[in-house]
Design a protein around this ligand. Sequence first.
Ligand code: Q46
Ligand code: ZN
Length: 324
Amino acid sequence: MRCHRCRKPANVEIRRSRTAYCAGCYPDWFRQQVQDRIDHERMFRRDERVLVAVSGGKDSLALWHTLLQLGYQADGMYIRLGIGDYSRRSQAKSEAFAERHGLTLHQVDLKDDHGFTVPDLLDTRSGKPCAACGTVKRYHFNKVAADLGYPVVATGHNLDDEAATLLGNVVHWNTDYLGRQGPVLESTHPRLVRKVKPLYRLSERETAAYAIISRIDYILEECPMAKGAKSLAYKDLLNALEEEQPGAKHRFLVGFLKEGRAAVRTGGFDQAADLHECARCGQPTTGDLCAYCRMADRGRRKAVLKDAKYGRQPIAGPELQADR
Ligand code: Q46
Ligand code: ZN
């Protein structure tokens, strides 16, 4: 195949559009796709500072790199989740990227700053901390952005992530989530920052190709907690479908956003309704304590028990509070 732009031998094939690009033209094509989405979805303006949620993986580092190349003011934020060597290596990749490009990388350390780690949040039924980990990440990315005055948080969710989430929500008919799934989540409260996903139409393969061609040094290994996660099963199903029908993932997600989402929006969930400040941390919540503060209490209790078992000195966090 030949490059769609310059007719040189192609390196990256985009099967869904029956095109291909050489390594010289591909990064430009990729960045143009991102720019189109930012503009079309009105994700952020050039005068707005963007906080990129960074994990050390290809998607978040490719996103950060792309935004900088497009001329946006983008800083990074990394959360030290405390998932053993995986966390240490992903932190090192994130810090190295920031250092190499002279960028600001904000960090939160769950254990040192909050007294627990993600493995302390294991769910007793699933044996996985992923749902809780997602709450932790959303909470801290939002809180740091709100505290430091960033109007928007950008995450590296790609087409594969979004299509898998959509399939999961359809399988379980989570209509509230379906009604809110999309590339932009607007702010509904002064302390809830806008969330955007500029890579949502680019596949995992396309993002990886961008990262490799741009010589981005990212962590190759997956989080060890991801093994057996339902989202991986949905991704496998969608990949099998994509093999048979190139473009199926794209049509599934984009078709839903265009046609299906409005139909399920009647779910009745209104995020703006009844929001007040969490009694502990001040973040918006519908309850007395926010979901994060309740979960953090459980995590700290587990951490204290573990520290006692292994004879370690527990790290002080906010005082433990009884479960409600
Ligand atoms: S980091 Fe957290 Fe993921 Fe690891 S524990 Fe699960 S959610 S798999 S993106
Ligand atoms: Zn709280």
